[in-house]
Write a protein that binds this ligand. Sequence first.
Ligand SMILES: [Zn+2]
Length: 265
Amino acid sequence: MLMENMTWVEVKEAAERGLPVVLAVGSTEQHGPHLPLATDCLLPVGIAMEAARRFPLVVAPPVRFGVKSRPLSGGGESFPGTLSISAATLTVTVTDVLCALARSGFRNLCVYNWHYENAGHLWEACDIAMSRGAQARILLVENPMPEFTKEQLDELFPQGFPGWDVEHASIMETSLMYALHPELVRRDRIVDDQAQRHPTWDVVPAPPEFIPASGVLWRPSQATPELGRKFLTAVSDRLVQALTTEFGAPSQEADISGSSKAANP
Ligand SMILES: [Zn+2]
């Protein structure tokens, strides 16, 4: 159910069936020497497709540009290939896409964020879309990770959980890429790295010791396909849980008669 491969007729039918639509919001950002720039889009789209096996839904074309990469969570803006937009541009873009999805007939929209730095700007986009009169409800998943128990974290990170902020191009993202797009992982280029200094505050402009030379913020050498499948199950389960909780159990026969609009070619 990738919307970009659907026709307008199929989109109209999906909306009339009451299917929710998931809008992944990612980035085009360096992910070390071993993962592609599109990692923050490939992962949430792949997870939404996995969720679609259990909860019928449509996956909208992802928002491929995210707000500026920050050195302590994404390596920063100095890496070739990192293409970022301002928070204001992201807010306007996501607002416009949400309004267009509602105009297409979708009543249940889910904004699914994967780029750490986007979080905090997406609520406003949802709020503005609603104040513009979008005929929809919006589920906002800013942080895609479930609340893992200590036992689960011990299983997923046997050598210690470093915190999600440094999980950039590291164990979780590399494992998920093994599970979803193994052909895109440059296994011979994997390096472990970290910032020389990682305080709990930020400094602008960033001191050089905040920026690891490779762009990797932790230990991708610990990533495995098996961990990738565990992460994929956990994050897609969590997406299904959020969709089910807010939009109700999926129904193939969902009827939203009277609320869909005819589209014109
Ligand atoms: Zn990433």
